[in-house]
Design a protein around this ligand. Sequence first.
Ligand code: CA
Length: 232
Amino acid sequence: MAKPSKGRVLVVEDEPSQMEILSYNLSADGYDVAKAFSGEEGLLILEEQEVDLVLLDWMLPETSGLEVCRQIKRGKATKSIPVIMLTARGEEDDKIRGLDTGADDYVVKPYSVKELLARVRASLRKVGGDKGVDVLRYEDLEIDLSRHVATLFGKALNLGPLELKMLCVFAASPARVYSREQLLERVWDDNLDVETRTVDVHVGRLRKHLNAAGGGDYIRTVRGIGYALDRI
Ligand code: CA
């Protein structure tokens, strides 16, 4: 009997060779794949089919990936579908703009297939599409979501609830840069009484806990933009 699908992924990519690699690897990893070679085709598929996640190329002819992303995030029926943008190296500004338009994550080309599949899994997990996964891992860091325990090198970190929640947000998309506003939205559920400075305070606390456990800095500060769980 065929294994049940892990979900349906729409790939929007105009280059046939890229499409081939993506669809082959996604299928091999257990996903159903819908293919669109243009933004227009992608939006049409979204109107007609159930899709769990969109892999969206940044550089598309006619309607750009950016515009497709905007339309997905504006559509009532489609706005909760996670979108992972595929961008070329050096499009740093583009990446940030991509996230501003509501893209949930991005992967830089040339990407490793392993990394890409990890991002797909992480994005689906966030919306509950990949059930049964309740441990997030990043290098030597492990978060047991059912027990609400984070460990580094096997030792429990004594985190406060906000720090733990923040770490979960970071660990679900390692290396993704979150702005203070995005952290406010995700960790404090958009509580208007909380100032962005508070975010810095809690990031500082989290960083202190992680550093105290040894192994160097896990939180990267991206000046003028925000923070990421990124060991570089
Ligand atoms: Ca392209």
